[in-house]
Write a protein that binds this ligand. Structure first.
Ligand SMILES: O=P(O)(O)OC[C@H]1O[C@H](OP(=O)(O)OP(=O)(O)O)[C@H](O)[C@@H]1O
Ligand SMILES: Nc1ncnc2[nH]cnc12
Length: 172
């Protein structure tokens, strides 16, 4: 599908120089949201997936419906301090800031095939950190899937040995 007509681009948000890709306009359109999730489902149809993991917050609105559509479980990767049980945590840099991501220690069973889903691949910091967390728990990362990829930020370079699927590409 052609996703771009449903993405709103906001210049200089949240800071000067960032061209923000706003997916709320897609989420607000039930038919197109469903079409986008089904298109990702189609892109990853060759993979054997036991569970989907997605980083807070926008990874939830892609990962959870994808998990539902595939009939597999969903594991939230959350920002530090949000998960109630024992966690592992890793720090990372963003296109506009720094943060820490966490997972429950028992969220992935060793050897499970995990697809990591998010709305957008920019510098790759979030997804590379997510990959590290899943691997630390013994998961086998079979791929990563996004609505949007910002090609010039070269997030793929942080995922050298991993399948990367995206529905729409922008330069930055
Ligand atoms: O490839 P990167 O440079 O890491 O950037 C991409 C990440 O940035 C955004 O999340 P953000 O941390 O802004 O959090 P949010 O989903 O809670 O808005 C986006 O949803 C991705 O997770
Ligand atoms: N340019 C961008 N637009 C939307 N979300 C982002 N996350 C990181 N960079 C982003």
């Amino acid at each position: 599908m052609d996703l771009k007509p449903y993405i709103r681009v906001i210049p200089d948000f949240p800071q000067p120089g960032i061209s923000f890709k706003d997916i709320t306009t897609l989420l607000n359109d039930g038919e197109k949201y469903k079409e986008a999730i089904n298109a990702i489902k189609e892109m990853v149809s060759e993979l054997e997936i036991d569970v989907i993991a997605g980083p807070e917050a926008r990874g939830f609105v892609v990962g959870a419906p994808l998990a539902y559509a595939l009939g597999v479980g969903f594991v939230p990767i959350r920002k530090s301090g949000k998960l109630p049980y024992e966690t592992i945590e890793v720090g990372y840099d963003l296109e506009y800031g720094k943060d820490k991501l966490a997972m429950h220690k028992d969220a992935i069973k060793p050897g499970q095939n995990v697809l990591i889903a998010d709305d957008l691949l920019a510098t790759g910091g979030t997804i590379a950190t997510s990959v590290n967390l899943v691997r630390e728990l013994g998961g086998n990362v079979v791929g990563t899937a996004f609505l949007i990829e910002l090609s010039e930020l070269n997030g793929r370079a942080k995922l050298p040995d991993i399948n990367v699927f995206s529905l729409a590409k922008y330069d930055y």
